[in-house]
Design a protein around this ligand. Structure first.
Ligand code: EPZ
Length: 416
């Protein structure tokens, strides 16, 4: 299993280009199941999760061609309605085939994704929404079976603003008969990107990015050419890396509007941040100030940046309170950061981070995608050598992370 080895102490300087957003690409690639013909996707990030998504699409019968960051998908050959356990367990976002399969074939049999490191991750709201659209839902032997001849538009209220729940039901509703209204819908940019992609395929969706999304069903959709938006979490990760190393980094090919909450917290921590049309210039300061953070649904501070920000607060002056309100178990990185010398106390969904003068390098274990990123950030400033094991977690969501950091001057390498 690959490891990442970092010699701490290097100040990051230079430019980095952000890759396409994993959490936009996953639902948008699945949307190709809703139509016959070749959909063309550009700026698709080269990640493990994208390869898992292609595996599912091909298993279901779609044809897929991938060349670098270009992926073409033809949903014409769709012949299976089942996403099996051994595929779903590798990537829980596979549940995003539910909506397209029920809408297109009238049935779906998808393995329940089960929990993961950061929480139980139920999909009850996905299923309640499909049932409101007229699908019959059965749970048996670890699978959810959904069937319906033709979905009918309905009013759906999410008691939690679920991102993939909103995406699954938005896709299902595009081919339902009549109008669907999604209330308390997720407002994330990836939801908006999916709605834009579906509308370019002929869907009639309005209100994406607000808490109320309206979908007027159509008879069928047609293939389109879609560019994947930049990854706001990768953007935030590099912004935080510039601050933690006291560096000076120009982040290109990003959308500053998508990272406003992150930029605000980094400014309070002492960073100087200037935004351009599609770039952000981040300069770290000598002293890092402690800042309290609470994770919230978009446009609040993203839960996917909580671990990375905690690494920054671990070497800030003073104390900070970090509150995780989205997932019930997203402090797994705390014990690994402690191995590097961080002083963190967890009580319920809040972590008290007492900044220390310096972290010290050590072998640590990556446990989930964003926790791994926080260990890289900590390793960049820890004294001596940090070895991060199980970096396959990183490969799920970051394309060529170590080479991007090396190009910015970090002493970082991947070893088999
Ligand atoms: C998406 O997960 C992202 N994944 C996650 O990113 C991200 O952390 C999360 O949204 C929150 O922003 C993808 O987009 C593929 P949710 P998702 O449904 O949709 C509860 C990463 O690192 N809930 O918005 O699974 C749930 O338990 C990943 O890239 C229900 O109770 O998250 C959680 O507490 C990690 N019932 C809250 O809602 C449901 O049916 C938000 O979850 C669905 C969700």
């Amino acid at each position: 299993m690959d490891k990442i080895v970092i010699e701490g102490g290097q100040r990051l300087e230079g430019e980095v280009a952000i890759s396409g957003a994993k959490n936009a690409a996953l639902p948008i690639l699945m949307a190709a199941l809703l139509t016959d013909g070749w959909c063309k996707f550009s700026n698709v990030p080269d990640l493990r999760d994208i390869r898992s998504t292609i595996e599912i699409l091909e298993y279901l019968g779609a044809r897929v061609e991938k060349q670098d960051h270009l992926v073409r998908v033809d949903g014409s050959g769709l012949r299976r309605d089942e996403a099996p356990y051994d595929i779903v367990r590798k990537m829980r976002a596979s549940v995003l085939v539910l909506g397209p399969l029920v809408a297109r074939l009238g049935r779906a049999r998808v393995s329940l994704p089960g929990g993961c490191a950061i929480g139980a991750r139920p999909i009850n709201l996905h299923l309640q929404g499909l049932a409101r659209l007229g699908a019959e839902i059965n749970l048996s032997h670890g699978y959810v079976e959904a069937s319906c001849n033709r979905l009918r538009g309905a009013e759906i209220y999410f008691d939690v603003a679920t991102v993939t729940g909103t995406e699954n039901l938005m896709m299902a509703a595009t081919l339902a008969k009549g109008k669907t209204v999604l209330r308390n819908a997720a407002r994330e940019p990836e939801v908006v990107a999916l709605a834009d992609a579906l509308n370019s395929m002929g869907a009639r969706i309005s209100g994406a990015g607000t808490a109320e999304v309206v979908v007027n069903g159509v008879e069928d959709l047609s293939p389109a050419e879609i560019e994947i938006i930049p990854d706001r979490i990768e953007t935030g990760t590099f912004m935080t890396a510039a601050v933690i190393t006291g560096g000076d980094v120009l982040i290109r090919r990003c959308i500053p509007r998508h990272v406003e909450a992150i930029a605000e917290k980094l400014r309070l921590a002492g960073a100087t941040i200037e935004t351009g049309k599609d770039n952000i210039h981040v300069k770290g300061s000598q002293a890092i100030e402690s800042v309290d953070v609470k994770t919230l649904p978009y446009p609040g501070f993203p839960t996917d940046m909580q671990a990375q920000f905690m690494a920054l607060m671990a070497v800030a002056k003073g104390h900070s309170l970090i509150t995780e309100t989205i997932f019930e178990n997203r402090f797994i990185h705390v014990s690994e950061l402690r191995r590097l010398g961080a002083d963190i106390t967890v009580s319920g969904n809040t972590a008290l981070v007492r900044g220390v003068e310096r972290l010290s390098g050590a072998p640590v274990m990556a446990t989930d995608l964003r926790a791994s990123a926080s260990l890289v950030l900590a390793g960049l400033v820890a004294e001596g050598t940090t070895v991060i094991n199980r970096v396959y977690h990183l490969d799920r969501g970051y394309e060529s992370l170590e080479s991007k950091f090396a190009d910015l001057g970090a002493a970082i390498k991947r070893v088999a």
